[in-house]
Design a protein around this ligand. Structure first.
Ligand SMILES: CC(C)(COP(=O)(O)OP(=O)(O)OC[C@H]1O[C@@H](n2cnc3c(N)ncnc32)[C@H](O)[C@@H]1OP(=O)(O)O)[C@@H](O)C(=O)NCCC(=O)NCCS
Length: 156
Protein backbone atom coordinates (compact mmCIF):
# COMPACT_ATOMS: atom_id res chain seq x y z
CA UNK A 1 0.00 0.00 0.00
CA UNK A 2 1.41 3.40 -0.85
CA UNK A 3 0.34 7.00 -1.22
CA UNK A 4 -0.26 8.01 -4.84
CA UNK A 5 1.85 10.64 -6.65
CA UNK A 6 0.70 13.14 -9.30
CA UNK A 7 2.24 10.85 -11.94
CA UNK A 8 -0.18 8.04 -10.99
CA UNK A 9 -3.12 9.49 -12.97
CA UNK A 10 -3.06 6.67 -15.55
CA UNK A 11 -3.04 4.01 -12.79
CA UNK A 12 -5.94 5.66 -11.03
CA UNK A 13 -7.99 6.02 -14.22
CA UNK A 14 -7.35 2.40 -15.22
CA UNK A 15 -8.69 1.28 -11.84
CA UNK A 16 -11.72 3.56 -12.10
CA UNK A 17 -12.76 1.62 -15.21
CA UNK A 18 -13.85 -1.15 -12.82
CA UNK A 19 -16.24 1.23 -11.15
CA UNK A 20 -19.94 0.78 -11.90
CA UNK A 21 -21.63 4.02 -12.99
CA UNK A 22 -20.11 7.47 -12.51
CA UNK A 23 -16.36 7.53 -12.92
CA UNK A 24 -13.56 10.01 -12.44
CA UNK A 25 -12.71 12.00 -15.56
CA UNK A 26 -8.99 12.28 -16.48
CA UNK A 27 -9.15 15.94 -15.47
CA UNK A 28 -10.72 15.16 -12.10
CA UNK A 29 -8.12 12.46 -11.45
CA UNK A 30 -5.24 14.84 -12.18
CA UNK A 31 -6.81 17.51 -9.98
CA UNK A 32 -7.32 15.10 -7.10
CA UNK A 33 -3.75 13.84 -7.31
CA UNK A 34 -2.51 17.40 -6.83
CA UNK A 35 -5.08 18.50 -4.29
CA UNK A 36 -3.76 19.27 -0.80
CA UNK A 37 -7.08 18.11 0.67
CA UNK A 38 -7.05 14.69 -1.01
CA UNK A 39 -5.20 11.60 0.18
CA UNK A 40 -4.96 8.76 -2.30
CA UNK A 41 -3.62 5.28 -1.62
CA UNK A 42 -2.86 2.57 -4.14
CA UNK A 43 -2.52 -1.13 -3.39
CA UNK A 44 0.15 -2.60 -5.66
CA UNK A 45 0.91 -6.19 -6.52
CA UNK A 46 4.11 -6.80 -8.50
CA UNK A 47 4.33 -3.09 -9.26
CA UNK A 48 0.78 -2.89 -10.66
CA UNK A 49 -1.88 -0.80 -8.95
CA UNK A 50 -4.85 -3.08 -8.26
CA UNK A 51 -6.88 -1.02 -5.81
CA UNK A 52 -7.28 2.63 -4.89
CA UNK A 53 -8.99 4.80 -2.32
CA UNK A 54 -9.48 8.57 -2.49
CA UNK A 55 -10.07 10.35 0.83
CA UNK A 56 -11.13 14.00 1.02
CA UNK A 57 -10.41 16.19 4.04
CA UNK A 58 -12.16 19.54 4.15
CA UNK A 59 -10.62 22.44 6.00
CA UNK A 60 -12.58 23.20 9.14
CA UNK A 61 -14.70 20.05 8.88
CA UNK A 62 -14.50 17.15 11.29
CA UNK A 63 -16.05 14.87 8.70
CA UNK A 64 -13.72 13.12 6.25
CA UNK A 65 -15.13 11.60 3.06
CA UNK A 66 -14.27 8.46 1.16
CA UNK A 67 -14.69 9.84 -2.34
CA UNK A 68 -13.77 6.72 -4.27
CA UNK A 69 -12.81 3.11 -3.55
CA UNK A 70 -12.18 0.50 -6.19
CA UNK A 71 -10.53 -2.93 -6.22
CA UNK A 72 -9.72 -4.73 -9.51
CA UNK A 73 -12.05 -7.73 -10.01
CA UNK A 74 -9.18 -10.27 -10.00
CA UNK A 75 -8.19 -9.38 -6.44
CA UNK A 76 -11.55 -8.83 -4.77
CA UNK A 77 -12.33 -10.71 -1.58
CA UNK A 78 -8.73 -10.58 -0.35
CA UNK A 79 -9.20 -7.78 2.15
CA UNK A 80 -7.70 -4.95 0.07
CA UNK A 81 -10.73 -2.67 0.51
CA UNK A 82 -10.77 -3.34 4.23
CA UNK A 83 -7.09 -2.36 4.48
CA UNK A 84 -7.51 0.76 2.37
CA UNK A 85 -10.47 1.93 4.46
CA UNK A 86 -8.45 1.30 7.64
CA UNK A 87 -5.63 3.49 6.26
CA UNK A 88 -8.10 6.24 5.39
CA UNK A 89 -9.75 6.10 8.81
CA UNK A 90 -6.38 6.30 10.56
CA UNK A 91 -5.39 9.32 8.47
CA UNK A 92 -8.75 11.03 9.10
CA UNK A 93 -8.35 10.45 12.81
CA UNK A 94 -4.82 11.85 12.70
CA UNK A 95 -6.20 14.94 10.99
CA UNK A 96 -8.64 15.48 13.84
CA UNK A 97 -11.76 14.18 12.10
CA UNK A 98 -14.47 12.68 14.26
CA UNK A 99 -16.36 10.81 11.57
CA UNK A 100 -16.16 9.38 8.08
CA UNK A 101 -18.81 9.86 5.44
CA UNK A 102 -19.33 8.36 2.00
CA UNK A 103 -21.95 7.83 -0.68
CA UNK A 104 -22.77 4.48 -2.15
CA UNK A 105 -25.27 3.36 -4.77
CA UNK A 106 -28.30 1.85 -3.10
CA UNK A 107 -28.05 -1.16 -5.46
CA UNK A 108 -24.32 -1.78 -4.89
CA UNK A 109 -24.64 -4.84 -2.66
CA UNK A 110 -20.90 -5.68 -2.34
CA UNK A 111 -20.01 -2.14 -1.31
CA UNK A 112 -22.93 -1.94 1.13
CA UNK A 113 -21.86 -5.27 2.66
CA UNK A 114 -18.28 -4.02 2.98
CA UNK A 115 -19.23 -0.80 4.70
CA UNK A 116 -21.77 -2.47 6.99
CA UNK A 117 -19.05 -4.91 8.01
CA UNK A 118 -16.71 -2.01 8.78
CA UNK A 119 -19.23 -0.21 10.99
CA UNK A 120 -20.79 2.30 8.58
CA UNK A 121 -24.49 3.07 9.07
CA UNK A 122 -27.08 4.79 6.90
CA UNK A 123 -27.15 8.53 7.54
CA UNK A 124 -29.32 9.76 4.64
CA UNK A 125 -31.10 8.54 1.55
CA UNK A 126 -30.19 10.35 -1.67
CA UNK A 127 -32.88 9.76 -4.31
CA UNK A 128 -31.56 10.24 -7.88
CA UNK A 129 -28.08 11.09 -6.56
CA UNK A 130 -26.20 9.49 -9.44
CA UNK A 131 -25.95 10.95 -12.94
CA UNK A 132 -28.10 8.34 -14.60
CA UNK A 133 -30.72 8.66 -11.87
CA UNK A 134 -29.60 5.88 -9.52
CA UNK A 135 -30.40 6.30 -5.84
CA UNK A 136 -27.63 6.77 -3.31
CA UNK A 137 -27.14 6.35 0.39
CA UNK A 138 -24.92 8.45 2.60
CA UNK A 139 -23.19 6.32 5.20
CA UNK A 140 -21.34 7.49 8.28
CA UNK A 141 -19.08 6.05 10.91
CA UNK A 142 -17.85 7.75 14.07
CA UNK A 143 -14.10 7.40 14.39
CA UNK A 144 -12.55 6.02 17.55
CA UNK A 145 -11.96 8.82 20.01
CA UNK A 146 -14.33 11.02 17.98
CA UNK A 147 -15.64 13.96 19.98
CA UNK A 148 -13.20 13.42 22.79
CA UNK A 149 -10.21 15.71 22.89
CA UNK A 150 -10.09 16.41 19.17
CA UNK A 151 -11.99 19.69 19.12
CA UNK A 152 -10.21 22.46 17.26
CA UNK A 153 -7.92 19.98 15.54
CA UNK A 154 -9.63 20.34 12.18
CA UNK A 155 -7.97 19.11 9.00
CA UNK A 156 -5.92 21.58 6.97
C1 LIG B 1 -16.79 -3.12 -2.94
C2 LIG B 1 -15.31 -3.45 -3.14
C3 LIG B 1 -14.49 -2.18 -2.97
C4 LIG B 1 -14.88 -4.50 -2.10
O1 LIG B 1 -13.47 -4.71 -2.22
P1 LIG B 1 -12.75 -6.06 -1.69
O2 LIG B 1 -11.29 -5.82 -1.64
O3 LIG B 1 -13.23 -7.21 -2.46
O4 LIG B 1 -13.33 -6.16 -0.19
P2 LIG B 1 -12.63 -6.91 1.03
O5 LIG B 1 -12.01 -8.19 0.52
O6 LIG B 1 -11.74 -5.98 1.75
O7 LIG B 1 -13.89 -7.28 1.91
C5 LIG B 1 -14.04 -6.84 3.25
C6 LIG B 1 -15.44 -7.24 3.73
O8 LIG B 1 -16.44 -6.62 2.91
C7 LIG B 1 -17.53 -7.54 2.68
N1 LIG B 1 -17.62 -7.79 1.23
C8 LIG B 1 -16.76 -7.39 0.28
N2 LIG B 1 -17.19 -7.80 -0.94
C9 LIG B 1 -18.34 -8.46 -0.73
C10 LIG B 1 -19.27 -9.12 -1.58
N3 LIG B 1 -19.09 -9.18 -2.91
N4 LIG B 1 -20.37 -9.69 -1.04
C11 LIG B 1 -20.58 -9.65 0.30
N5 LIG B 1 -19.71 -9.05 1.17
C12 LIG B 1 -18.62 -8.45 0.66
C13 LIG B 1 -17.21 -8.79 3.44
O9 LIG B 1 -17.83 -8.69 4.71
C14 LIG B 1 -15.71 -8.72 3.60
O10 LIG B 1 -15.25 -9.27 4.79
P3 LIG B 1 -15.09 -10.86 4.99
O11 LIG B 1 -14.38 -11.36 3.77
O12 LIG B 1 -14.28 -10.95 6.24
O13 LIG B 1 -16.48 -11.36 5.12
C15 LIG B 1 -15.08 -4.06 -4.56
O14 LIG B 1 -16.03 -5.09 -4.80
C16 LIG B 1 -15.15 -3.06 -5.70
O15 LIG B 1 -14.15 -2.45 -6.05
N6 LIG B 1 -16.34 -2.90 -6.31
C17 LIG B 1 -16.51 -1.95 -7.42
C18 LIG B 1 -16.32 -0.50 -6.99
C19 LIG B 1 -17.22 -0.12 -5.84
O16 LIG B 1 -18.37 -0.51 -5.79
N7 LIG B 1 -16.67 0.68 -4.92
C20 LIG B 1 -17.36 1.16 -3.75
C21 LIG B 1 -18.19 2.29 -4.14
S1 LIG B 1 -18.60 3.31 -2.78
Amino acid sequence: MRRAHPRDAAELLALERHFPGDRLSPRAARRLLRSPSARIWLAEVDGRALAALVLLLRRGSGVARVYSLVVAPAVRGLGLARRLVALAEAEALRRGCTSMSLEVRADNAPARALYARLGYAEHARLPGYYEEGGDGLRLRKPLAGGGRGSAGDAPA
